[in-house]
Design a protein around this ligand. Structure first.
Ligand code: 6PG
Length: 469
């Protein structure tokens, strides 16, 4: 008999998604050139489920129920095009092909159009939650052809994470929207990770707290308004012992941070739109600076550092850092969601923001209790340009604003890098200011380049012959 669903690429993500699907009663088949991966798939299957691995793509395609439903999970870029090239001669009109990797949305757009001409539905789909999420319930961000989504919806809903019985998957817009939403998800992921690492520095370098204390702090935070996957795993990280030395593992991990590019894409695309996402930009930049290891060590000798001690009551300091993290985390989501709002209109993707935050509530890396707050905001106004304009969100932001200012000021005094916090606060201060100082920039542009300006009192475009003194 024929199989319900096929997977191309049986790396750990592909394998886990397929096993998850099989656990929900679907018969599944996977293809990988590597016979060892096919064997690994079959041997990991839950007894009683229907799971098969094959080493020939054509064999897999033959064995799929029509219209075929298949997904690829291969590295982004050329490998996706290679898979498409080998698939096209094997498929028929009406088949659905899903790219579940972290592809750039412009590639997805191109592939959707190319395959549409051949009558094949191509969907770009973000999958978040890492290896464990894929196995037990990821957050799934599909976009593209709505008819194609209808064909795979039952399977995606079955395997997705659930929040109060609601599956964390929804149709998130046209064309490349699925990968667009995943890209912005990753931008927010970068921002929040940066903010958590700054909190770590402020508590460790500023207040001299050790790993055991840090574990307790993050554990407590995860029981309150900061409840989130990233805060939760941070608490765990501080308890992990090294298996090679007596140290805590965190203390022997190099500070050079890696990146695969999705955070950078978010910043690049935000500039392109344009929309301002400075906390995400800062997070990308700090990972880059983390790579300047040699130069930083040299500079550390050259520049005398200020005294990094934070002269505040420790309990109070912990509370202030908590509040700053809450503030800047809200700002990170605000910037990412504003970007989606703008891109949705600008690129005609029709991204439903209320659905995006609903899908992000479970399974994904940026899941947090804050998303419930944002859901309420979008219930009030589904087309909210920026969640900072919601009264409920404004109330929360204002409740932690003073402590955020205090943390930023003290971090600056102590010379502890807190660029994410500072950037969040600066964005907020600009955003809540009815009249910025950018009138001066307009005057300068007109002065040196006759770029013209608008006035506050009289409509029209003006140019002045500026007088040199
Ligand atoms: C997820 C993650 C996942 C991956 C990141 C890592 O949502 O499950 O975002 O997609 O871990 O791409 O990105 P960097 O290697 O760039 O940090």
């Amino acid at each position: 008999s024929l199989y319900d669903f096929g997977m191309i690429g049986l790396g750990v993500m592909g394998r886990n998604l397929l096993l998850n699907m099989a656990d929900h009663g679907f018969s599944v088949i996977g293809f990988d050139k590597d016979a060892a991966k096919n064997a690994a798939l079959e041997s990991a299957a839950t007894p009683g489920t229907t799971v098969k691995g094959v080493a020939e793509l054509a064999a897999m395609v033959q064995l799929l129920e029509r219209p075929r439903k298949l997904m690829m999970l291969v590295p982004a870029g050329q490998p996706v095009d290679d898979v498409i090239a080998s698939l096209v001669p094997l498929l028929e009109k009406g088949d659905v092909v899903i790219d579940g990797g972290n592809s750039h949305y412009t590639d997805t757009l191109r592939r959707v159009q190319y395959l549409r001409e051949k009558g094949i539905h191509f969907m770009g789909m973000g999958v978040s939650g890492g290896e464990q999420g894929a196995r037990t319930g990821p957050s799934i961000m599909p976009g593209g052809d709505l008819d194609a989504y209808a064909k795979v919806k039952p399977m995606l809903e079955a395997i997705a994470a659930k929040v109060k019985d609601t599956p964390c998957v929804a149709y998130l817009g046209k064309e490349g929207a699925g990968h667009y939403v995943k890209m912005v998800h990753n931008g927010i992921e970068y921002a929040i990770m940066q903010l958590i690492s700054e909190s770590y520095a402020l508590l460790q370098k500023g207040a001299g707290l050790n790993n055991d204390q840090l574990h307790e702090i993050f554990k407590n935070w995860n029981n309150g308004v900061l409840q989130s996957f990233l805060v939760e795993i941070t608490a765990d990280i501080f308890t992990q012992k090294d298996d090679k030395t007596p140290a805590h593992l965190i203390d022997v991990i190099s500070d050079k941070a890696g990146s695969k590019g999705t955070g950078k894409w978010t910043s690049q695309d935000a500039m392109e739109l344009p929309v301002a996402v400075p906390v995400i930009d800062t997070a990308v930049a700090m990972r880059t600076i983390s790579g300047y290891k040699e130069q930083r060590l040299e500079a550390e000798k050259l520049y005398t550092a200020p005294d990094a001690t934070i002269h505040a009551d420790t309990e109070m300091w912990i509370k202030q850092v908590h509040d700053a993290l809450y503030f800047a985390t809200i700002l990170s989501y605000a910037q990412g969601l504003a970007m989606l709002h703008e891109a949705s209109h600008d690129l005609k993707m029709e991204i439903p923001l209320p659905e995006v935050v609903k899908v992000w509530r479970g399974g994904c890396i940026i899941r947090s209790s804050l998303l419930e707050v944002f859901m309420q905001a979008y219930q009030q106004n589904a087309d909210l340009a920026n969640i900072l304009l919601d009264k409920g969100v404004a109330y929360l932001v204002q409740s932690v604003e003073a402590n955020t200012r205090s943390v930023v000021a003290q971090a600056a005094q102590a010379g502890i890098q807190a660029a994410g916090f500072m950037s969040a606060l600066s964005y907020f201060d600009a955003f809540r200011t009815g009249r910025m100082a950018t009138n001066l920039i307009q005057a300068q542009r007109d002065y040196f380049g006759a770029h013209t300006y608008q006035r506050t009192d009289i409509p029209g475009t003006f140019h002045t012959e500026w007088q040199q003194q």
